[in-house]
Design a protein around this ligand. Structure first.
Ligand code: 26W
Length: 817
């Protein structure tokens, strides 16, 4: 009998070319000379994944043979970025693939450019999940990512007359060569209906759910390759389909149109990613999405991944589910329901194990971003879960009363159920009650989370709270994004730093080495040149050749303060055009923005319009075009980030202190040799500590100062009145100078700054301007700047997501004691 050994195609140029032609001819059924670029891209993708297949099967088999505790990462978002480059890097097949394509007369880079990135996330939280699964695979940690296969990811941003217009992201339209659908492994998910009491076979009184409708979840598997280590983990994303039962019920009623409508209804669940970032809209469909993917994932784990007949009272020996923010927190009552209603466990035993199987990561401090679900909605959509939540809460509040007798105010603050303005389930409280650990995403954030957001919980359970500072994968954000820097690093300190990023420290002595710093400068210049040509082709934006590249890329949000950056730009423009500074004293700058606004976020969209207006006015004003330029390429995404970040000289991380949980863009810039101008916020604090004060431009109030000012009462207009530079900048913005003479077009942003300014941009303006003056001075000293840039790279190894994964393992997933 033949034994199965899976071997990939031969790792030679000919072997690759043959595998590619097999894909094209026999899988797609197209001849090379008749094939389109899309055909070729798809065949190339399938060829590359063929090389990963043997490792994927071997990894899965190895894990099955030796079952150990796994990490289940539950996330509603994965912002993966393009897959081809990463797969080529993981398999080390880049050169072979390129030569094979060339041997067939094909343009390798053109084919690579065809890929539409899976944008199944909004921003930081989604990209973090993608970095984490990359690290888990590269570290060979038994783990699985669970999420949603949205048919439409984050919208494509376009600008019409400077205003954001959203276009659906049909990322699957070319075909989906990286995914493996498994309709044969569909899982059923129930919704609605009622609950009832009944007597089971053993005479026990129990409760059960009588759902009203259901859908099925189809798993789609994605390969998550480790970095050249033979490991391929799995990302399992769920897609919603109508169940046959669901169809038939309605079909049998004879209403064909209604039956088709019902299918659409079911499939809507995984149709589109909610583009809201930070302010949840509390929509029913969103709760359906959350429950849908969580129910599929738990069932998948218990029924299919876990060994058969495993004793579920020991479930925590096999799994820890990490909850990526509150979005998957409904998994907690779902686990209780599964254990009790479907696996016959008693409440106490079910709670005992459930409360060991989850840990919760919080990614925000903005109170409006904390999800709450109305009790009315929960009861209608998930009646059994609502009952379970009530009971969890009852027992929890008993614990609180025992620990703090007579303190009913505290009980009300800590309750999982809020009473005002409406009765609703506080998902963060639920996660904190049930989780083994609660963590923030940077040192400052974890401190504020413990002391300001959840102080009552910290008083009850001080040891539940911990920190894990975020990280980013050096594979995608250095090796792939910045090939030239990677080569320089390897030539200098040898190979291996990609999986041991603290080794970048070995670069420190080279900060004073003339040959090295010269090469380093050349790499930065080459990256800038490449970016200029990309922006020219991609957006028709023509940028000057020699200027400091000053970059602010992140979601558009008031707390991130893109307006503060805009005030600096307007101020610089005003200084030049009014002759207040001599032209020869100006350090030329190119400002680059990248930012999407949530479609319903009025102020964010006005800010985008104003940035575009300023950019256009500046581009048309010959008095300044040799000294400043503002570029705002549309549709900032992972693909563009990979091209932008390596080119940057200056990284803008200017949120109001205490508002940015961590930031991860800040880490990517530092690792690529940009210097940071930033507030004492999020992971900026740790970046500055590591790279050193002299290599970081700090400005702005510290968090306690922000809190104190808020307590005293903040009046932005007083800063406007008392600071002439600020007054000039605001007056110029308000005058209509940048908006074709129409003052009303600038008014929404200007009036908000003057009369509300929730995030205190005006209070930090002068300090920001002063810091920018220090940036100019530092940039004029070419050697000094390069030295600082090298030290930023050398001292940022801590920000590898491999280190984050280590910390999660040590502090949360597999603690020693
Ligand atoms: C619609 C509801 C909602 C609420 C919050 C959607 C998304 C969120 C996220 C918490 C927003 C988010 O992405 N937070 C970011 O998470 C990053 C990874 O930890 C941090 O680096 C950022 O500072 C944080 O804003």
């Amino acid at each position: 009998r033949a034994t199965e050994t899976v071997v990939g195609p031969e790792r030679t140029v000919d072997g690759f070319a043959k595998a590619f032609l097999d894909e094209l001819n026999f899988e797609a059924g197209v001849a090379l000379k008749r094939s389109t670029t899309t055909d070729q891209y798809l065949a190339l993708a399938r060829t590359i994944r063929g090389y990963l297949m043997a490792d994927w099967l071997r990894t899965a088999e190895r894990r099955r043979q030796n079952p150990t505790k796994m990490v289940g990462y539950l996330s509603a978002e994965y912002l993966l970025g393009r897959q081809m480059g990463n797969s080529l890097l993981a398999t080390d097949l880049g050169d072979i693939a390129e030569q094979a394509m060339t041997s067939l007369g094909l343009d390798f880079n053109l084919l690579r450019a065809q890929e539409i990135e899976p944008g199944l996330g909004n921003g930081g939280l989604g990209r973090l999940a993608a970095c984490f699964i990359d690290s888990l695979a590269s570290m060979d940690v038994p783990s699985i990512g669970y999420g949603i296969r949205y048919e439409y990811g984050i919208f494509r941003q376009t600008f019409e007359e400077g205003r954001q217009v959203e276009v659906p992201d049909a990322w699957l339209s070319l075909g989906a060569p990286w995914e493996f659908p498994h309709p044969d492994r569909a899982v059923q998910v129930n919704f609605g209906g009622t609950t009832e009491q009944y007597i089971d076979g053993d005479g026990r009184t129990r409760r059960r759910w009588l759902p009203a409708w259901n859908v099925q979840g189809i798993p789609y598997h994605y390969m998550v390759p480790g970095y050249q280590n033979g490991v391929v983990n799995t990302l399992r994303l769920w897609s919603a389909r109508a169940t046959q039962e669901f169809d038939l019920k309605i079909f049998n009623s004879g209403d064909y149109a209604e039956a088709v409508r019902a299918q659409t209804f079911a499939e809507n669940i995984s149709k589109v990613l909610y583009p809201e970032d930070s302010t949840p809209q509390g929509r029913e469909l969103r709760l359906q999405q959350q429950y849908f993917f969580v129910a599929c994932s738990l069932k998948d784990f218990i029924d299919r991944t876990l060994e058969e007949d495993f004793d579920l009272t020991r479930l925590d020996e096999r799994i820890i589910f990490q909850l990526n923010d509150t979005h998957p927190v409904i998994a907690i009552p779902e686990m209780m329901r599964l254990l009790m209603d479907e696996h016959d466990m008693e409440w106490a035993a079910a709670w005992e194990v459930t409360s060991k199987c989850f840990a919760y990561t919080c990614h925000t401090l903005l109170p409006e971003a904390l999800e709450v679900w109305p009790v009315e909605l929960m009861t209608r959509l998930l009646p059994r879960h609502m009952e379970i939540i009530y009971r969890i809460n009852e027992e929890f509040l008993d614990t609180v009363r025992e620990a703090f007798p007579g303190d009913e105010l505290r009980v009300r603050r800590m309750s999982v159920i809020q009473e005002h303005p409406e009765r609703a389930v506080r998902m963060a409280n639920l996660a904190t009650v049930a989780g083994v650990k609660v963590n923030g995403v940077a040192a400052l954030h974890s401190e504020l989370l413990r002391d300001k957001l959840l102080p009552d919980f910290a008083a009850l359970w001080p040891n539940k709270f911990t920190n894990v500072t975020n990280g980013v994968t050096p594979r995608r954000f250095i090796r792939l994004a910045n090939q030239q820097l990677s080569t320089l690093i390897t030539d200098t300190i040898g190979p291996g730093w990609e999986t041991d990023l603290e080794r970048l420290r070995e670069l420190e002595p080279y900060a004073d080495d003339a040959a090295f710093t010269e090469s380093f400068r050349q790499v930065k210049q080459a990256n800038k040149d490449r970016l200029r040509s990309i922006l020219s082709q991609r957006d028709g934006i023509e940028l000057p050749e020699h200027a400091m590249l000053d970059v602010m890329v992140k979601r558009l949000h008031e707390y991130k303060r893109q307006t503060l950056k805009l005030l600096h730009i307007v101020s610089m423009y005003d200084d030049i055009t009014s002759g207040r500074v001599r032209r020869e004293d100006v350090v030329p700058r190119t400002f680059v923005f990248g930012a999407k606004a949530a479609p319903g976020y009025f102020m964010a969209k006005e800010i985008i319009f104003l940035i575009n207006s300023v950019a256009k006015t500046i581009a048309q004003d010959p008095r300044v075009t040799d000294l400043m330029a503002v570029a705002f390429p549309a549709n900032y995404n992972v693909t563009l980030a990979n091209k932008l970040i390596p080119a940057a000289d200056l990284s803008e991380q200017i949120s109001l202190a205490g508002k940015e949980a961590s930031g991860t863009g800040n880490m990517k810039f530092a690792l690529n040799g940009a210097l940071t101008i930033g507030t004492d916020d999020g992971a900026n604090v740790e970046i500055r500590e590591l790279v050193g004060d002299e290599n970081f431009f700090l400005f702005g109030m510290l968090e306690p100062e922000v809190a104190a000012l808020a307590d005293r009462g903040y009046t932005p207009s007083s800063f406007y009145e008392s600071n002439p530079a600020l007054k000039r900048a605001i007056d110029l913005l308000a005058s209509g100078h940048f908006t074709g003479g129409d003052r009303s077009l600038a008014a929404p942003v200007v009036d908000d700054l003057l009369y509300k300014d929730r995030f205190m941009a005006l209070a930090d303006f002068q300090s920001y301007l002063d810091a920018q003056a220090r940036v100019d001075a530092a940039y004029r000293d070419v050697d000094g700047w390069t030295r600082s840039a090298v030290l930023n790279v050398a001292r940022s190894g801590f920000f590898s997501s491999d280190r984050s994964m280590r910390d999660y393992l040590d502090r949360i997933w597999m603690p020693k004691s």
